[in-house]
Design a protein around this ligand. Structure first.
Ligand SMILES: [Zn+2]
Length: 509
């Protein structure tokens, strides 16, 4: 019996485990058996590898071949094991040196003609291999740019199976294709300056961005709720190196092209209200794939027409909102995906959208309007700090208004406010005001200079005790934007108005 082994990676959620691919050639009639919990795509690897080997003028053993993937208990999905299977069989068949497979992680799907196809999740798989101490990897030539994002790893690109054998004999692999020309990102990026009027709402957006507060935009159709929500990422700070890797790893899993490099801007996900719960929070029958909440990781999750989402879908957001991650249990494995998003909800005043609009007719019965407004449940609303009501922009303003501030200008103020928060909160292990727990707010941070204001509001029954914490959190963010050391009366008043969705003097604080 002749044996050899090669290496690849199994991904369960974002968790990478090294998989040892062993091939053993015995004596007897030709047959190929694969063991070690392969899924359907992987079971078909036998046929793909055999045909591809023939195309590369490599013979498949004429004796029985056993292929074992271990750890055995771990379910293995996908077609990226093809290269490691082909290499292990070839080494066991004395067609290449078994030692050339040591410390080498392999990824790639084989076509029947021997071509190597791109695979999903290459980035998280390579990060996992590097964490496990591997220093060399073979990747599809089409994903060399993505592979180069991982530090400390020597990568060899292969376009077909012959390239793989050349690499195993000490060759350098194929070099990367030049990156295709594309529009500079600044031209494609949405800008706040495109939104006419709505100064008050723009400022509420700025406050939400600065403190990473969840935001609820109310108003009739066509006032610009979506325009504003889509522009929130344009005023958020760039992702840190660590965040950029996490976000890019999720997009690699979803099959997004990463040839332009890491994703450095906060992502934006806007699932439709008819989307399934699986596409919202993640799931799926065979492979537990990341959902919109994970596509919005370190970015923005926008639910337009939030009351139209089924109650169950909104309910499913509770856990990621609380824990910052999604846990998807499957029969033999549990996939965990990160999901730390900033939530932006938008809603019309009633199902037809015309209630509270002057000159428009609404025939929605009061019962229906009440039910519509209460569809976003308490536990979700409880996490939203900023409520903003948008009114239609006067027609003359549309033609006359000077362009508003650009996103770049607003982003600078947001960045400064984030720095002030970080200086104050980093010693407490926190980064943004929205994260600060009530106890820390009351005991570890200085009290606002005018605490009586809130006491009066609570005594009048206009604010719950829980609501006080939210107002104080918001007041801190407003103070950070204004460059004030701690919130005073004016910041508290503005925060109170933002909390209740009442008019406020934009930027006055
Ligand atoms: Zn209506």
């Amino acid at each position: 019996m002749s044996q050899a082994r090669a290496w690849s990676v199994a991904l369960v959620g974002m968790q990478a485990t090294m998989v040892e691919v062993e091939a053993a050639i015995g004596s007897g009639l030709p047959s190929t058996v694969m063991v070690g919990l392969p899924d359907l795509a992987l079971s078909e690897a036998k046929a793909r590898c055999r045909a591809a080997m023939a195309s590369a003028h490599q013979s498949w053993p004429s004796n029985p071949v056993t292929i074992n993937l271990s750890p055995a208990a771990l379910p293995k999905a996908g077609s990226h094991y093809d290269l490691s299977i082909a290499a292990a069989v070839a080494a066991a068949n004395q067609r290449c040196e078994p030692s050339s497979l040591e410390n080498l992680a392999m990824f790639g799907e084989l076509g029947l003609d021997g071509r190597v196809r791109n695979v999903l999740g290459l980035l998280p798989a390579l990060l996992g291999a590097a964490r496990h101490g591997f220093t060399r990897a073979v990747v599809p030539a089409g994903q060399l740019h993505e592979a180069s994002l991982v530090e400390g790893l020597t990568v060899y690109g292969v376009a077909d199976l012959s390239d793989l054998f050349a690499v195993l004999e000490g060759g350098p692999g194929v070099s990367a294709e030049p990156i295709r020309e594309r529009e500079p990102e600044s031209l494609l990026r949405l800008d706040l300056a495109d939104v006419v009027g709505q100064g008050e709402a723009k400022w509420a957006l700025e406050v939400a961005a600065a403190g990473r507060h969840h935001l609820y935009l109310h108003g009739p159709p066509g006032v610009g709720k979506t325009l504003l929500a889509e522009r929130l990422p344009s005023i958020l700070p760039e992702l840190s190196a660590e965040e950029a890797l996490e976000v890019s790893a999720i997009y690699s899993l979803l099959g997004l092209n990463l040839e332009a490099g890491l994703i450095r801007r906060p992502p934006f996900a806007d699932p439709h209200h008819t989307a399934s719960i699986a596409s919202l929070v993640g799931g799926g029958a065979r492979v537990a794939a990341p959902g919109a909440v994970s596509r919005a990781h370190h970015g923005v999750l926008f639910l337009d027409e939030a009351p139209e989402f089924p109650p169950k879908a909104l309910e499913a957001l509770r856990v990621p909102l609380e824990s910052g991650r999604v846990v998807l249990a499957r029969a033999n494995a549990t996939a965990v995906y990160p999901a730390q998003f900033q939530l932006v909800l938008a809603a019309n005043p009633c199902p037809c959208g015309n209630a509270s609009t002057v000159g428009a007719e609404c025939h929605c019965p009061p019962m229906v309007v009440r039910r519509y407004r209460s569809r976003v449940s308490g536990p979700i609303l409880d996490r939203v700090d900023v409520h903003q009501l948008l009114r239609p922009v006067r027609v003359n303003l549309l033609s006359e208004a000077a362009p508003g501030e650009s996103s770049a200008v607003v982003a600078e103020r947001v960045a400064l406010a984030r720095q002030r928060q970080l200086r104050r909160l980093a010693p407490l292990g926190l980064r943004t005001n929205a994260q600060v727990p009530g106890s820390v707010l009351r005991k570890r941070l200085p009290a606002p200079t005018d605490p009586d204001l809130l006491t009066t509001v609570v005594q009048r029954g206009q604010l719950s005790v829980r609501g006080v914490d939210k107002v104080v959190r918001l007041a801190w963010t407003i103070a950070d934007l204004a460059g004030v050391d701690r919130p005073g009366r004016s910041q508290l008043q503005t925060a109170l108005a933002l909390r209740r969705g009442e008019p406020h003097e934009a930027g006055a604080a």
